[in-house]
Design a protein around this ligand. Structure first.
Ligand code: GLN
Length: 455
């Protein structure tokens, strides 16, 4: 009830939510009943959680921030949502996002932007700006996001929150509306590293409904976070600073806080090593070919026939006319831009030059990671090159918006896990900055262990 009251009080300004559950209190009462009946419930039972609107929910509309899905109520829950419910968490509502998770500012939501609670004139990051803002504004203690190129870590960074992109395959994608299937991962947003770990423990694990879901069991991430929080020293831990992501082009206050965090890690006894990742400079370019290619294919299902919006041209028309009119009316400008880019990159004659080359770069980036993890246990960088920018600042210039993802994209291309956590306010503008830690695939526990030492 306290969180619902908080939503009523501030969400008119923040606009983190697209839908607030009408049923949350009743669900909370049912959890009390389950507990009273003797059911063993986990640590998070009864805790409310906000859910990014990219995840299907059987009892709430799911729009992915698009007009093409306005009012659509899915016939099933996404696996991460089903796992929340089974563990006794209460979904509070659905959070705002850039349309189909394309963007870094939530300005591309078809339902209007979310505001950054730190400064309502600034973006809350994206695409999962709603989830991060809900947590930062104390409207929800926890949230789920999805991260294809940074959509959990970058919003966490600019709102002073914690966000985790798990190892690819660590959390089921079943029921998460696909942006780019080889990059997408669902993960937690929270205010502390331990909270993120507890939520990750709930949503993670094998799911036979996702063919890329990893089958091996996972260790307890909460235990890893507790271990880190209690550690007296980081002696023996090798922290790799990626030369290419410690750029003089980043905002001065971001670099300053980053180097202070490195000093802190050194003071704790960690060994800082510089690592070279020569192909990272091509990561943004490769990503913005691979992502649109996969997205253009994934979005073909929004055809006016199977679900969602249907627009019939005046005077009628063929099936194809109806599809064209529906997609014209239902998709926003960024989605259309990426469909055009993606279909072009995949078309006969251009496939090798664009999509094929991008896939080769992806392999080179994976090799950069493998070489770097020979020298370091974890790799670190700022989570984002700047603090929250002002609304409209990058809207007219898609390239400027894309370049904002330079720090987060490599992890998605390689499938490795990453955490973003607060590293203090930038002196020049008083806004949150974020520290990113990346680990080898399946070593997500290291993120929590090292991350917790920094809190
Ligand atoms: N900013 C990235 C993009 O626009 C992030 C997307 C994401 O992680 N969903 O593609």
């Amino acid at each position: 009830q306290a969180h619902l009251d908080r939503i009523s009080a501030v969400d008119g300004q923040v606009h983190a939510f697209l839908h607030v559950s009408a049923d949350a209190i009743a669900q909370a009462q049912r959890i009390d009943e389950r507990r009273a009946a003797g059911e063993q419930l986990g640590a998070l039972a009864g805790v409310p959680v906000a859910v990014k609107d990219v995840l299907c929910t059987i009892d709430m509309p799911t729009t992915a921030g698009s007009k093409i899905l306005e009012g659509w109520i899915p016939p099933y829950d996404a696996t991460p949502v089903a796992k929340l419910r089974a563990a006794g968490l209460v979904p509070l509502g659905k959070t705002n996002m850039d349309e189909f998770a394309m963007g870094s500012s939530t300005e591309y939501s078809a339902y209007g932007p979310t505001k950054n609670p730190w400064d309502l004139g600034r973006i809350p990051g994206g695409s999962g700006g709603g989830s991060a803002a809900a947590v930062a504004a104390f409207e929800a203690p926890l949230a789920l996001g999805s991260d294809t190129g940074g959509s959990i870590r970058q919003p966490a960074s600019v709102t002073g929150s914690v966000g985790v992109k798990p190892t690819y395959g660590g959390v089921s994608r079943y029921g998460a509306i696909a942006l780019a299937s080889s990059l997408d991962q669902v993960g937690p947003v929270s205010r502390t590293v331990l909270d993120a770990a507890l939520l990750h423990d709930v949503i993670g694990g094998h799911d036979p409904r996702d063919s890329t879901s990893l089958t091996e069991p996972w260790p307890s991430f909460a235990a890893a976070a507790r271990l880190g929080a209690g550690a007296e020293s980081l002696k023996g831990t090798r922290i790799g600073v990626i030369k290419q992501l410690d750029s003089p082009g980043f905002q001065a206050g971001v670099s300053q806080r980053f180097h202070e965090a490195l000093q802190l890690l050194t003071d704790f006894g960690a060994e800082i090593v510089e690592v070279d990742a020569p192909h990272f400079e091509y990561a943004v370019a490769a990503y913005y070919l691979i992502l649109p290619a996969e997205a253009s294919s994934n979005l073909a299902k929004f055809d006016s026939v199977r679900f969602g919006l249907r627009v019939t041209p005046e005077g009628g028309g063929t099936v194809e006319d109806v599809m064209a009119a529906t997609r014209e009316a239902g998709f926003g400008p960024e989605v259309k831009r990426r469909i055009i880019l993606g279909t072009y990159a995949l078309s006969a004659g251009y496939y090798d030059a664009y999509y094929g080359s991008a896939q080769k770069v992806r392999t080179l980036i994976q090799r950069d990671f493998a070489a770097a993890f020979e020298k370091a246990d974890v790799l670190v960088s700022p989570s984002a090159p700047t603090t929250a920018f002002k609304f409209g600042e990058k809207l007219e210039d898609p390239m400027a918006m894309y370049l904002n993802d330079v720090t987060t994209i490599p992890a998605n291309l390689a499938g490795v896990p990453g955490i973003g956590l607060p590293m203090g306010l930038a002196p020049e503008d008083g806004l949150p900055t974020g520290f990113q830690i990346m680990a080898p695939a399946r070593a997500d526990a290291r993120l929590y262990e090292v991350g917790a030492t920094l809190e």
